[in-house]
Design a protein around this ligand. Sequence first.
Ligand code: ADP
Ligand code: MG
Length: 350
Amino acid sequence: MKQLSAATIRLLSSSQVITSVVSLVKELVENSLDARATSIDVKLENYGFDKIEVRDNGDGIKAADVPVMAVKHYTSKINSHEDLQSLQTYGFRGEALGSICCIAEVSVTTKTADDDFSTQYVLDSYGHVTSQKPSHLGQGTTVTVHKLFKNLPVRKQFYSTTKKCKEEIKRVQDLLMAYGIIKPNLRIIFTHNKAVIWQKTRVSDHKMALLSVLGTAVMSSMVPFQHQCEDSEVLLSGFLPKPDSNHTLTSLSSPGRSFIFINQRLVYQKDILKLIRLYCNLTFSKDPIQSYPIFFISIIIPSSAVDVNVTPDKTQVMMQNKESVLRAVENVLMSLYGNLPGILPVENNN
Ligand code: ADP
Ligand code: MG
């Protein structure tokens, strides 16, 4: 038996953190949000394979932090594992920039409020700065990625059809829409090959954000809800399809527009999704296999009751009191759609 080389270990873990174009964009956008950005531009060229660029107007990166900003396991967000108990940021492992450097070519341009001008840094595959030069960009950070998956031929091959590439653009759009909803005050522009695919201006609240993301037709068929659990510190709020709406579920259906947030984090929660789908499908009696109800649910629970470090891409979380959260979601569904199935799926994990 032999130990894997350091370079192989790096590549294996990096390719688990950055699994796709959309997961790369997600990491960069979350970094921008952690830096308190209120404006984010996402530019793709050739579906991201020629270029992915995420520009923000956030805090920027201090010159002292630049040498380690893309070195794996360096982070400005937590000091130790215990800090996850009170996590306020999307990032915490210091892995994204380092992983991207390992599977693509990366440069970072940044300026803090204290800097006189911005500087562009070119990074090598270990996340070390190899050169730097002054730049004209304003405050904030721009991460530019070329040659994505240059050393992962199978993954690159996976995107060899236009259909797959187009699906990925749609997934990036869905992702940005999700952040547009959860962060009403965020302006987003998403372009592909210089054409604007989707954009959102700053608005005052979640309702206005949903309106700008989903449009008036869809929103007129949605109903707001809010529910505070009595026995736990769990607050649910969001929008679900109106039970008496004239719209069929088909017009309110789109995979990728089922937005579930836990503590502002976009997550994949199979049980919650299943429960909402079940009630919507029975209410609107459309083809239950094909229908994906559009909805937005925000769950706020104490950060000490959530484990966000479950998967490398951070899309799954574990909740301490999952049963009571599921019961709360079902209570909301029952009061809206009536006492339909009344069954709570019980599974042990996620
Ligand atoms: P993490 O987000 O887990 O800390 P990353 O590799 O994503 O790890 O980022 C490393 C560090 O680089 C962050 O902790 C932050 O200090 C800095 N950083 C990355 N992107 C930005 C950005 N857009 N704006 C400001 N700082 C950033
Ligand atoms: Mg990060």
